[in-house]
Write a protein that binds this ligand. Structure first.
Ligand code: FES
Ligand code: FE2
Length: 451
């Protein structure tokens, strides 16, 4: 079916949300129908707040970096006064890309096609041979600048929206802001992306990554080689004594939970019996003095957070930021960063980086396992005579609305959650994302008069 032929009733039927009867089912078409993908791009990525980067990626005047909001190429730049803004990376003249690099510093961007120039506030400051150009009034009246995009920040987390018809960023993030605080407050001056970004693609739907971050159930079956290596290190059978990483073997005895926030954000979390092996533990006393015992405990805890729809902060083996860019219904680009507290000691930074390389990096022990699993799912989705998945049923008898003991301790008031041993491997944590998915598409169709 073509996107413009899809009705909301088609979308609505793809998710069965009847938790009172212990039923929540997701249809395979969500991951394989190009028409669904079109709607997602239009109404989830291009009519919503989307994460674009960290302020540390452009710390000084005239610094910039390039990224994407949905299918639109974007420049995020600090102007000469230090003010951050976001623009479409396309020349007003004939549309050429203005900024070619992943990041840099430039007082101006000169288009390499016909030489128009723009400053870092997005204004057009030069039109080559303008006086001789026989231009007329209609052209002269145009704004020749780069198209500005709605832009805002929560602490150092930067977001943009292609539509003005969105709630404030504050409202969009809601209580998920408190989970971002547990990332940001790891140092007195916040966090930064450690140089060494990497990108890769996988041949599967973008939501496979969205879900995997909060999928605890796969850990013990998808990552056995990592678990075996950790066990051998613990038993003294490895010569690598430097890297101490997360031990999934203890995960089923720790206390943990899951939480869904409005607008699709979700988190899984667990107390961490191995917190002394974290890089941040080096500066624990400073963190306690600044943030208190409870918050420090949860900063050192295991937390995998998705800020819907495109950024994740996975704090387990180390702290990783993942930015998700859907390319097509069955192809996704990931850009991943190791994150650390600004100004932390070399000792803390070294622990973070070694743990990051061990588990997370493209060459780490986890990333290839997960990526192959997504591709295996997409392979299986070719089976067109199969409709419904069974991957949203675990935890449903423990599902509750509102906060619980652990979420209250963290200081959040989620829409729903699950609390208990991590070994329950709850799957109700996906419900918030699917409800938001449906709502975003419905709101978009309604705004376009298509409902
Ligand atoms: S396309 Fe940029 S100056 Fe012509
Ligand atoms: Fe994984």
């Amino acid at each position: 079916m073509k996107a413009n032929e899809l009705k909301f009733s088609d979308i609505d039927r793809l998710i069965v949300d009847n938790v009172d009867q212990h039923e929540f089912w997701v249809h395979r078409d969500l991951y394989r129908d190009p028409a669904v993908f079109e709607l997602e791009m239009k109404y989830i990525f291009e009519r919503n707040w989307v994460f674009v980067g960290l302020e540390s990626q452009a710390p000084n005047p005239n610094d910039y970096f390039t990224t994407w909001v949905g299918r639109q190429p974007i420049i995020v730049a600090r102007d000469k006064h230090g003010k951050l803004g976001a623009f479409i990376n396309s020349c007003a003249h004939k549309g050429a890309r203005i900024a070619h690099h992943r990041d840099g510093n430039a007082k101006q961007w000169v288009c390499s096609y016909h030489g128009w120039a723009y400053d870092t506030a997005g204004a057009c400051i030069y039109i080559k041979d303008q006086d001789a150009g026989c231009y007329a009034e209609p052209f002269n009246k145009l704004d020749h600048g780069l198209k500005k995009v709605k832009f805002d920040a929560y602490r150092g987390f930067l977001f943009a929206s292609l539509s003005d018809d969105v709630p404030s960023l504050d409202e969009h993030l809601g209580d998920a802001k408190k989970m971002l605080d547990l990332v940001w407050d790891q140092g007195p001056d916040g966090i930064e992306a450690i140089p060494g970004v990497s990108s890769y693609t996988y041949n599967a739907n973008w939501k496979m990554q969205v879900e995997n971050c909060i999928d605890a159930y796969h850990l013990t079956s998808c990552h056995p080689s990592f678990m075996n290596i950790v066990s051998r290190r613990k038993a003294g059978e490895s010569r690598n004594t430097q890297v101490k990483s997360i031990d999934f073997n203890v995960m089923d005895v720790v206390k943990g939970g899951t939480a869904c926030f409005p607008r699709g954000h979700a988190v899984i979390y667990a107390t961490n019996p191995l917190e002394n092996e974290r890089g941040m533990f080096v500066h624990r006393d400073e963190a306690v003095a600044r943030c208190g015992e409870t918050k420090t405990k949860w900063m050192l805890a295991t937390r995998n957070l998705t800020i819907y729809p495109n950024v994740q902060f996975a704090e387990n083996a180390s702290l990783q930021m993942r930015v998700i860019r859907p390319l097509s219904v069955d192809k996704t680009e990931m850009t991943i960063y190791c994150i650390g507290a600004k100004g932390e000691s070399d000792a803390a930074r070294e622990i973070r980086i070694r743990q990051y390389e061990d588990f997370f990096n493209t060459s780490g022990l986890a990333t290839p396992d997960d990526t192959i699993a997504y591709e295996d799912c997409q392979f299986g989705f070719q089976a067109r005579n199969l409709e419904w998945l069974q991957g949203t049923a675990r935890g449903i008898t423990g599902y509750h609305t509102g906060p619980d003991e652990l979420s209250q301790e963290i200081g959040i008031r989620p829409d729903s959650g699950f609390m208990g041993a991590m070994g329950a491997w709850d799957e109700t944590v996906y419900y918030g994302g699917y409800r938001a998915w449906k709502q975003f598409i419905k709101d978009g169709l309604e705004a376009d008069g298509l409902l």
